[in-house]
Every structure is written in structure tokens, then in C-alpha cells.
Write a protein that binds this ligand. Structure first.
Ligand code: PMP
Length: 326
């Protein structure tokens, strides 16, 4: 384990070992804990996969030093990859649908990466296609493709989950996490289900997103403001394994907006919309365990707060609901 108090050779060594903090507004008997991922150097959970995927790909020769990675991303993965790429002598190009946060795109560029925008209405599916096209045009280019790359989930199996397990001394009864690629949830679910097959696993998505289609539900696809989680096309979410998931909670933007404000005001937590959705769902699960509706092998419910609200201030996250969604 890296001791962050010792002098470190590079910023890569500061990735992971983030704090795990109690969410106050959860039942005493079934506490909710959130892993604060904005403590990473690129300020999100995606630093973990940026470092992990690039290091593994350089080790097995999929990627050569001096090569290029081209990744379709909403932004945080781009920042995470860009932080690692510079240190590992790799060039980075990101394909980002326009609607994602301007701050994130500026940070990717500041870290030395190229950013290519695709039309918002064409969705992430088109960004993925474009990344593959570009990689064919460029020698030594590789698309890590976080939506289908098992290394994405493996990064959380190898780092996020064991860190939580150690901090709580094996007392994790339920794992709750919003799904974008689903790498976070799948890596954690696999780890904790191996520890105890009864661990309760809940996926979180914004209302209007289609993850529930994996379970045969009909979903009215609607736009949502909650950023970084959800899908409109489950074909692209290749990592998601419904067998590892007990339930999906769909959280409406309005509740997310309220919870972002509450977390800031009452808990000093400047976290973004996906964290607020996770907080709501994790508390729902904690209450269900407390009242006996759900069985879980231990009392603690864990989730992640993937990034900070500072990255979304220009989107009006702390203004009125109408201003945020308008
Ligand atoms: N929250 C935010 C802010 C994100 O950027 C992402 C990744 N898109 C997630 C949550 C979801 O993480 P994952 O891709 O591992 O499902």
C-alpha cells in the first residue's frame, strides 16, 4: 500500500487509497460508506482505470511506449488516461460527445491530450465507432475501449474493492454503484461476491436510462442530466453482467439535484450528480436491510462518490432545478 505521507516518485503513486467516509443520513444499524474518489490526482474514480489499463497494456505489449491510445469518453476516463499517459510515454486522443462538461474537456487538453468532439445526438455508440476508425488511420494506435475492456472492471476488483474491504474489516453487506460502463460495479461485485456469495449488489442509473432492459423491463428512454451514469443502448455496455446484480435503482434528476445540495450543505461533500444518485440508492438499500426487506450478510452498505461538483459548476448544479436541467 502506498503511504501518501512519504515522498513519492510521481503523481501515479497518488492514485487510489482514497478515504472512505460515512454518509450521515443513513440508519445507525446499517451505515452507508462512500469512497471519495475526487481525492485522486485527476479528481475522479477514472484515474484508477487510466493507470491500470495503460500499465497492463504496456506490460503485455498491446501498447508500445511512444504509441497512442484513442478512447471514447464522457471526460473523466479521458482525464484519468491523460494523467497516466504522460507519465508512461504514451500519446492520448479522446473522442467526446459534445454535451459533456466543458471543464473536463479543458482538463484533458491541459494534460496534453487531443480532444475530438462528436455530435451529442449520435451518442456514445458513435464516439466508440469514431475512435476505432481513427485508430485504423494511425500507426501504433490502440483503443482501450472502457465499455468492453475487462481491465476496466479488473482495476476496481484489484484496487477499489480491496481498499473498501480492508477499511471495513470485511463487514460489507451490500455494494451500490451507478453504471456508466459498469466497470466500477462489476469489479466490486465480483470481489465481494467471492468474499461472500450473498453480498447484495445494486446498480444505479438515472430515470430514463435503459439498464433495466437487461432484466427484461420496458423502459421509456428519456434524457437525463445526471452525468457519467446510465445508457440508452445496452448493446454498448458489454461489461454489465446481470447475473452479478440483484436490483437496479433508477433515480430521477430532481431527487439527484436535491441530494447534491443536501450533501454539500449537511455533510460538507462537494460531490457531483452520479455521487448523489449513488447516495440516494445506497440509503434506500440500507433502509431495506434495516427493516428486513433485503437480506445482506453484513451491515455496511458501500458506494462510490466518483467525482466532485466543481467539475460541473458551469452546468448550474447548485442553481435551481430548472436552471440545471434547462
Ligand atoms: N460517475 C461519473 C462522474 C463517471 O464519469 C462515471 C464514468 N462514466 C461513472 C460514475 C460510472 O463509472 P463506470 O463507468 O465504472 O460505471
Amino acid at each position: 500500500m502506498t503511504d501518501h505521507r512519504e515522498p513519492l516518485p510521481s503523481v501515479l503513486e497518488t492514485i487510489g487509497e482514497t478515504p472512505l467516509v460515512r454518509v450521515h443520513d443513513s440508519p445507525d444499524a446499517v451505515p452507508v460508506y462512500a469512497k471519495l474518489e475526487s481525492f485522486n490526482p485527476g479528481a475522479s474514480i477514472k484515474d484508477r482505470i487510466g493507470k491500470y489499463m495503460l500499465e497492463r497494456m504496456l506490460e503485455d505489449g498491446t501498447l508500445e511506449p511512444g504509441g497512442t491510445v484513442i478512447e471514447p469518453t464522457a471526460g473523466n476516463t479521458g482525464i484519468g488516461i491523460a494523467v497516466a499517459a504522460e507519465q508512461l510515454d504514451v500519446d492520448a486522443v479522446f473522442v467526446v460527445p459534445e454535451r459533456f462538461s466543458v471543464e473536463k474537456q479543458q482538463l484533458m487538453r491541459a494534460l496534453g491530450a487531443d480532444v475530438i468532439n462528436t455530435p451529442s445526438e449520435d451518442g456514445m455508440g458513435y464516439a466508440i465507432e469514431r475512435a476505432h476508425e481513427l485508430s485504423e488511420e494511425l500507426d501504433g494506435a490502440v483503443v482501450p475501449q472502457q465499455f468492453s475492456n475487462p481491465l476496466n472492471a479488473e482495476a476496481h476488483y484489484a484496487t477499489t474493492a480491496p481498499e473498501i474491504d480492508e477499511a471495513l474489516d470485511g463487514a460489507v453487506g451490500a455494494v451500490v454503484a451507478g453504471c456508466g460502463t459498469a466497470g466500477t460495479l462489476m469489479g466490486m461485485a465480483e470481489y465481494f461476491r467471492e468474499r461472500d456469495a450473498e453480498t447484495h449488489v445494486v446498480a444505479v442509473e438515472p430515470a430514463g436510462s435503459a439498464y433495466r432492459e437487461f432484466f427484461g423491463e420496458d423502459v421509456d428512454h428519456e434524457e437525463y442530466k445526471t452525468e457519467g451514469i446510465g445508457t440508452h443502448d445496452i448493446e454498448t455496455n458489454e461489461l454489465f453482467d446481470p447475473d452479478l446484480v440483484d436490483d437496479v435503482h433508477a433515480i430521477p434528476d430532481r431527487k439527484v439535484h436535491e441530494e447534491m445540495a443536501r450533501l454539500a450543505r449537511e455533510e460538507g461533500q462537494l460531490v457531483a450528480s452520479s455521487a448523489a444518485a449513488n447516495s440516494i440508492a445506497a440509503k434506500q438499500v440500507a433502509r431495506a436491510i434495516a427493516d428486513g426487506t433485503i437480506d445482506a450478510p453484513h451491515d455496511a452498505v458501500v458506494t462510490v462518490f466518483a467525482d466532485s461538483s466543481e467539475r460541473y459548476l458551469s452546468k448550474g448544479v447548485y442553481r435551481s432545478f430548472e436552471e440545471w436541467t434547462g
